[in-house]
Design a protein around this ligand. Structure first.
Ligand code: NAD
Ligand code: ZN
Length: 376
């Protein structure tokens, strides 16, 4: 089969690789119909992770079941499913408590496994014609048959639940105001989620005009950090009060207007704009270490964080990969009911053979490249 393979920094290619196959009785194989490129893929693409050469990337996958392992009971050939980017075993302590992003079984020595991802186990990704799905009864979410809502459902594999998770980690309640750092796909999904959950004011900070326009489309007030300090802009807009909640949706490769990386920049902003006793949810990725990165602290996985202000304001913060399975069923049903349209951010639908150009344009944050979906 053909698949998108990581060869090294800024070097990916579509290659012939061994077919995805059943390896355990609890596996299924799917024919991938949609698989997205994610901001998380870009950390790997840019050579800023330990992802190994030869890995098939792709953790935002959906498709049709083509092969069913002998131990699978709920799924059958022809079922249309979407897969959380996380792989969970379903029976460890964390999976049983709903913390499926921190499965203790699928990636021994580490809490958490995922498709096609650095440090997340030996699993290949789905930017490929076919994908092996471990513990398929537990991980696969069934979808209505046919092709309706293909792009909306494709957003259930990661970014819609992840944006939702950011707002839950922040403790958002109806009537709260929220500042979201980053208008990438995850930040935009956090804005959509905040709107659905009844947020009062939603501010989304970025400097990409096309992405800020989508934030406005999601019901948020765009804040362009190239036009001045976002703290000042939000303080002015809120008459000096700030917002109740904050969501970090950029990660450690955050940068200032000139492009210089400022790993703590987004958290600095949130600690300033979130009101005393408010909450911050961090879904942007911060790695164990970034040995090849430009920031000496972050090279060791540490950060210059304004802990004194954070403490004095009595703020709380929660972090981590999103437990997609905790939300994807309900979010699927919101899509079916016409109450959520996460595909509004999709800008390109490409074939697998166009995946390399998809990576290059999305990585450059080229104008009009807000979310890329591949149809292998
Ligand atoms: P993206 O790279 O497409 O978007 C990031 C956006 O942040 C860009 O639009 C960029 O212009 C903006 N940005 C950069 N510096 C900024 C700053 N200082 N202030 C405000 N905005 C700034 O990525 P994405 O797909 O939206 O993902 C965002 C982050 O979420 C990434 O770190 C990704 O790895 C992570 N992620 C986490 C999970 C999870 O489960 N926790 C899941 C998916 C993605
Ligand atoms: Zn992703």
């Amino acid at each position: 089969m053909r698949a998108l393979v990581y060869n090294g920094p800024r070097d990916v290619s579509v290659e012939e690789v061994p077919d995805a196959a059943i390896e355990a009785p609890t596996d299924v194989v799917i024919k991938v119909t949609s698989t997205n490129i994610c901001g998380s893929d870009l950390h790997m693409f840019e050579g800023r992770t330990t992802v190994e050469e030869g890995k098939v990337l792709g953790h935002e996958n959906m498709g049709i079941v083509t092969e069913v392992g002998s131990g699978v009971t709920r799924l059958k050939e022809g079922d249309r499913v979407v897969l959380p980017f996380n792989i969970g075993c379903g029976h460890c302590r964390n999976c049983q408590r709903g913390k499926t992003a921190f499965c203790l079984e699928v990636n021994p020595g580490f809490a958490g496994g995922a498709f096609g991802f650095a440090d997340m186990g030996p699993y290949d990704g789905g930017q490929a014609e076919y994908l092996r799905v471990p513990f398929a009864d537990f991980n696969a979410l069934r979808l209505p048959g046919g092709t309706e809502h293909e792009l909306d459902f494709a957003m259930l594999s990661d970014i819609f639940p992840t944006g939702w998770h950011g707002t839950r980690l922040a403790g958002l309640e109806p009537g709260d105001s929220v500042t979201i750092m980053g208008a990438g796909p995850v930040g935009l999904m956090a804005a959509l989620s905040a709107r659905i959950q009844g947020a009062d004011q939603i501010y989304v900070v970025d400097q990409q005009a096309d992405r800020l326009a989508l934030a406005e489309r999601a019901g948020a007030t765009p804040v362009d950090f190239s036009k001045g300090d976002p703290v000042e802009q939000i303080m002015e807009a809120t008459k000096g009060v700030g917002t109740d909640r904050g969501v970090e949706a950029v990660g450690w490769q955050a940068h200032d207007h000139s492009g210089t990386e400022t790993p703590a920049g987004t958290l600095d902003t949130l600690v300033d704009v979130v009101r005393a006793t408010g909450g911050i949810g961090v879904v942007g990725i911060f790695p164990l270490a970034d040995p090849n990165g430009p920031d000496p602290l972050m090279q060791k996985g540490r950060m210059d964080f304004p802990y004194g202000t954070f403490w004095m304001k009595g703020l709380s913060m929660a972090t981590g990969q999103a437990d997609v399975k905790r939300y994807n069923r309900q979010l699927r049903d919101l899509i079916i009911a016409g109450k959520a349209d996460p595909s509004f951010i999709v800008s390109q639908e490409l074939s697998l053979d166009q995946a390399v150009e998809g990576y290059e344009h999305f990585d450059a944050r080229d104008d009009g490249w807000t979310k890329v979906v591949l149809h292998p």
